[in-house]
Design a binder for this molecule. Structure first.
Ligand SMILES: Cc1cc2nc3c(=O)[nH]c(=O)nc-3n(C[C@H](O)[C@H](O)[C@H](O)COP(=O)(O)O)c2cc1C
Length: 371
């Protein structure tokens, strides 16, 4: 091949070797991915501003002047303000009673991590704005936003020398953010872990590529990308890189609970659910007893965000405190099918690159043919 198809404009823009972006909550995974030639964005929605400040410093100590990103979310439809206690008091009684009964039926033991189980981040609009101040003050190279339109921060972030990426699930969101001057659009499909729309990765990526054509805004493909074949496919769809989450969860460095790692490795795509029962927004997560209870015909509708997140907090904490595997869940995409072992994150990057290059060789002719 005359040109390395994995060397995209995103690689040039960020000064990275491979266009593999890891979304992860685990800083050790982030460091390994960065040092392997990829790019890491650390999810910080569940941290206080002081913790975020410390985490940014920690990243800089470990990776020097290599670039990295921070992810925050700015949901439009949560209350402007409100403490945990105030918001708990606003949850409709029907859903509260349903959860209390579930705790009794399943004999959920008392959680030990109180009050940590309430570190939920985006329960109101005020919290992410305080988190944002720390990220901008630290001039983190990339701010990514997985929920809500981050265009409001563009001017301030650009003045600080930062790039802003917006995650979208619909073409009209991509158009709005590109028109506002976003630096990259993450086109995320229905396959993905976390909050997603209804459009599959194979449709949303080329739709966004078409919308971004005139401005030259890079499009990063997300949702189901777990192997080199997916990476090659994303580049063929016109993406400048891939945005990945699920693939890192069971990696050797990942701080995810060992029982959950096992559950991820055992899980198939059909073991994920696209449901509002975890956060109040439709979100793809691993199936669990919590999901099964909310899917019963006599169950109430999940409460809207952020109330559903609050309803789940204590049972979720108990599941991790006491190793209740059936109640354990996490955001996980359909690509979980390809997560079959606990590989080091560095190995995941290098395997993905090697496989993608093999795929391009397979399609375009081998090196020997070129000679
Ligand atoms: C455990 C986990 C937690 C996530 N939490 C967030 C989050 O806080 N903010 C966000 O923007 N995206 C979040 N996501 C979604 C990822 O950013 C990404 O869009 C998704 O994982 C891509 O699809 P994939 O999992 O199929 O690779 C999360 C994903 C996972 C796996």
């Amino acid at each position: 091949m005359a040109k390395n198809p994995l060397h995209t404009k995103l690689c040039d823009q960020l000064g990275i070797e491979y266009p593999i972006i890891a979304f992860t909550h685990c800083k050790d995974v982030a460091v390994s991915v960065t040092n392997a030639g990829g790019f890491a964005v650390i999810g910080q929605t569940q941290h206080t501003p002081d913790e975020i400040d410390a985490n940014i410093r920690w990243m800089r100590e470990k990776i020097g002047d290599k670039p990295f990103g921070v992810d925050l979310v700015f949901p439009a439809s949560v209350p402007a303000v409100g403490s945990i206690e105030e918001l708990l008091a606003q949850i409709p009684q029907e859903q509260v009673d349903f959860v209390e009964k579930m705790k009794e039926t399943h004999k959920i033991p008392k959680w030990r991590t109180y009050p940590d189980c309430w570190n939920l981040g985006w329960i109101n609009k005020e919290t992410p704005i305080k988190q944002l101040d720390v990220v901008v003050d630290n001039k983190v190279p990339v701010l990514a936003s997985g929920l809500g339109n981050p265009s409001f921060v563009l001017k301030r972030a650009h003045e600080a020398g930062m790039l802003v990426w917006g995650l979208v699930g619909k073409p009209r969101q991509a158009k709005a953010e590109i028109d506002a001057g976003i630096d990259a659009v993450i086109a995320q499909g229905y396959d993905a872990a976390g909050h997603t729309g209804n459009i599959g990765t194979f449709s949303i990526v080329p739709q966004c590529v078409e919308i971004a054509k005139d401005s030259g805004t890079p499009v990063i493909a997300g949702g189901g990308v777990t192997t080199g074949r997916h990476l090659a496919g994303a580049i063929a769809l016109g993406a400048s890189g891939v945005w990945t989450g699920t693939v890192w969860l069971a990696s050797r460095e990942s701080d995810v609970d060992m029982l959950l790692k096992e559950k991820l490795i055992e899980s198939k795509a059909t073991d994920t659910r696209h449901s509002a029962c975890v956060s109040g927004f439709t979100m793809r997560t691993l199936n669990s007893t919590w999901h099964k209870e909310w899917a019963k015909p006599d169950a109430p509708k999940p409460a809207p965000a952020p109330y559903q997140l609050l309803l789940f907090a204590e049972i979720k904490a108990s599941a991790f405190d006491h190793g209740l595997k059936d109640f354990m869940t996490e955001a996980a995409g359909q690509g979980v099918d390809f997560v079959t072992s606990m590989k080091p994150a560095r190995q995941i990057v290098l395997d993905m690159v090697e496989e993608a290059l093999d795929v391009f060789d397979e399609i375009c002719g081998t090196d020997e043919d070129d000679e």
